[in-house]
Design a protein around this ligand. Structure first.
Ligand code: 5GP
Ligand code: MG
Ligand code: MG
Length: 184
């Protein structure tokens, strides 16, 4: 899907495909340096992290295995509550493995903080996080995130895996939506 095809739905492109590609290449270099000589399991959180998993994994020189989790946050409306249910658990046992969680976006941080505690209790050899996007102004919990692609303003974004009502995930860039899309 190209920018022109978005028509009136798009308000603004925040991060272009080129910017995403070059930032992922930088992060991949740092991640390769961190895991040199080690086996790495990357864990993607469905569905939002699909694009960043696919592109980051291909930018890495480190041989990786990949696994996926699907979780849902309970909460009123669109706010994450931090109360999380596992919809799909990992296929693999992560005990004594080096695990890197790959996230699309950290907003309040509540979902990720739950995930860290959950995976941490399975006794991995190490547990780190890489996220493409982070909203520092929305943080409700302090999380030690080792690699961040971009810090962005506290606005609702779509594209590159991120949806609004399951749409826009296949945009190759990250952008904001026009108010009319939300019914405004
Ligand atoms: P948190 O628990 O950090 O508040 O919520 C993280 C999850 O909320 C993300 O994985 C994502 O599914 C969703 N989310 C948070 N901010 C945005 C946003 O700006 N756009 C979209 N599409 N989803 C978001
Ligand atoms: Mg996510
Ligand atoms: Mg969503």
């Amino acid at each position: 899907m190209r920018e022109k095809d978005l028509g009136a739905d798009l308000h603004e492109v925040l991060i272009t495909k080129d910017e995403i590609d070059s930032r992922l290449a930088e992060l991949a270099g740092e991640i390769d340096a961190r895991y040199e000589g080690q086996d790495l399991l990357i864990v993607g959180v469905l569905k939002g992290a699909v694009m960043v998993m696919a592109d980051l994994a291909r930018a890495l020189a480190t041989p990786v295995t990949m696994d996926w989790m699907a979780i849902s946050s309970y909460g009123a409306g669109t706010q994450s509550s931090g109360v999380v249910r596992i919809l799909k658990d990992l296929d693999t046992d992560i005990k004594d493995k080096h695990v890197l969680i790959v996230e699309d976006i950290i907003d309040s941080g509540l979902t990720l903080s739950w995930l860290l505690a959950n995976l941490g209790s399975r006794e991995p050899a190490s547990l780190e996080i890489v996220t493409l996007l982070r909203k520092p102004d929305a943080a409700k919990v302090d999380i030690d995130v080792r690699w961040v692609g971009f810090d962005i303003p506290n606005e609702f974004v779509v594209g590159y895996g991120l949806d609004y009502a399951e749409k826009y995930r296949n945009l190759p860039f990250v952008g904001t939506l026009a108010p009319h899309v939300y019914g405004g």
